[in-house]
Design a protein around this ligand. Structure first.
Ligand SMILES: Nc1ncnc2c1ncn2[C@@H]1O[C@H](COP(=O)(O)OP(=O)(O)O)[C@@H](O)[C@H]1O
Ligand SMILES: CC(C)(COP(=O)(O)O)[C@@H](O)C(=O)NCCC(=O)O
Length: 312
C-alpha cells in the first residue's frame, strides 16, 4: 500500500483498487443483484463485484466516520453540560454530468440504511434548487443549466442549514428530467435524517465571498472523477439511450430527438456536451475535486481503479 509521499507532498493518500477492496474487511453484502438493478442509472454497468470491491469498503469507512462524529458530538455536549443534539451526518457527492453520481448516491443510500443501527437516510439532489426555466430564460441562463449561477444557492444553503440545525421536517422543490424543469407545486418532504446525502454537480463549490458554502456543512464528501473524454462518451451514449426511452414520451422536453436521425442526435449530444457540460466541468466542477474527502477515479468502463483519501 502506498501511503507515503510520492514525489510531491499531497493532502491525499493514494490507494489502488486492490488495496482499497481489502479494506472491506468482513463487511457483509446487504444487497442482491436484483436490488442493484433497480438502483442502476441508465447505461451504468455497475455490478455486484464493483459493490463488493469499491462500495462496501466505502460504506465501512463512512460507518466509522459516522460513529466518530457521534462521539465528537457527545464530547461537545459534555463540554456544554447539555444533551447531544440530533444532527444529521451530511455526505456530499460531486462530479460531472453523466459521471454516475445518481447511481452511487442511490447505492450509498441503500448500503448505509442497512448498517446495524438502521439509520434513516435521505437523499436530495441539487437539481431541486435549479431556478425554473422561466427564471433561467429571463436571466439568459438556459444554456447554463448546472452552472453555479443556475441554482438558488440561498435556498440550498437554507435547506442544509435547517437540516444541520435539527429542523424536524422540511420540503424542497422537485426537478423533472422529463420536463427539463422544476415541477410547479411539487415538493419532496425531507424528514430529519440520521444521514443526509446531498448529490449534485456543484456541491463542493467554494462560497461567493462573504457567505458560507454548502460544503461547510459536510461531514464527508465524495468526488466522482473520470477523464473528460470518457465522460463525454458516456454522455453521448446515454443521450442515445434516452432517445430510445425517455425522449419517446411525448411529454419529454427532448421528444423531437426521438424522431430525428442518428446524425442530428449525435450533433445535438456533442454540442450540449461541448458548449454546456464540458465547460461547466472544466471551469466549475473539476476545480472543486481538491476539496473532497475522497475521490473515486473511474476508468473508461466505469470501474473505480484508484482512490484518493484525504489525510486527517
Ligand atoms: N434529458 C434527460 N432525460 C431524462 N433523464 C435524464 C436526462 N438527463 C439526465 N437524466 C438522468 O438524470 C440523472 C442525473 O444525471 P446527471 O445529472 O447527468 O448525473 P449522473 O450521471 O452523474 O448521475 C441520471 O439518472 C440520468 O440518467
Ligand atoms: C439537471 C442537471 C443540471 C444536474 O443537476 P444536479 O442534480 O447535479 O444539480 C443536469 O443533469 C442537466 O440537465 N444539465 C443540462 C445540460 C444537459 O441537458 O445535459
Amino acid at each position: 500500500m502506498t501511503l507515503g509521499w510520492d514525489t510531491v507532498p499531497s493532502p491525499y493518500m493514494e490507494l489502488s483498487r486492490a488495496d482499497w477492496s481489502a479494506l472491506r474487511a468482513d463487511a457483509p453484502l446487504p444487497l442482491t443483484a436484483e436490488e442493484l438493478d433497480a438502483l442502476r442509472g441508465l447505461r451504468d454497468p455497475i455490478d455486484i463485484t464493483e459493490v463488493q470491491e469499491v462500495y462496501l469498503p466505502l460504506s465501512r469507512l463512512l460507518h466509522l466516520y459516522f460513529m466518530a462524529e457521534g462521539r465528537l458530538r457527545a464530547t461537545l455536549a459534555d463540554f456544554l453540560g447539555a444533551t447531544a443534539e440530533r444532527t444529521p451526518f451530511v455526505i456530499g457527492v460531486a462530479g460531472s454530468v453523466a459521471v454516475g453520481k445518481s447511481t452511487v448516491s442511490r447505492l450509498l443510500r441503500t448500503l448505509l440504511a442497512r448498517w446495524p443501527e438502521h439509520p434513516h437516510v435521505e437523499l436530495v439532489t441539487t437539481d431541486s434548487f435549479l431556478y425554473p426555466n422561466q427564471v433561467l430564460a429571463e436571466r439568459g441562463l438556459m444554456d447554463r443549466k448546472g452552472f453555479p449561477e443556475s441554482y438558488d444557492r440561498r435556498a440550498l444553503l437554507e435547506f442544509v442549514t435547517a437540516m444541520k440545525a435539527g429542523v424536524p421536517e422540511t420540503t424542497v422543490p422537485v426537478y423533472s428530467h422529463l420536463h427539463y424543469d422544476i415541477l410547479p407545486g411539487a415538493e419532496q418532504t425531507v424528514r430529519l435524517p440520521d444521514i443526509l446525502i446531498l448529490e449534485g454537480l456543484n456541491v463542493l463549490q467554494p462560497p461567493p465571498s462573504g457567505s458560507p458554502a454548502v460544503s461547510d456543512f459536510f461531514d464527508f464528501s465524495i468526488y466522482l472523477d473520470a477523464r473528460v473524454e470518457h465522460i463525454r462518451e458516456w454522455f453521448v451514449e446515454r443521450l442515445f439511450a434516452l432517445r430510445r426511452t425517455v425522449f419517446a414520451d411525448e411529454r419529454s422536453y427532448f421528444h423531437r430527438y426521438s424522431e430525428v436521425d442518428q446524425d442530428e442526435t449525435a450533433a445535438f449530444a456533442h454540442r450540449v456536451w461541448r458548449e454546456i457540460n464540458e465547460v461547466n466541468l472544466v471551469s466549475n466542477i473539476l476545480p472543486t475535486r481538491a476539496r473532497a474527502t475522497l475521490v473515486l477515479h473511474k476508468d473508461r468502463d466505469h470501474s473505480v481503479q484508484r482512490i484518493s483519501l484525504r489525510r486527517i
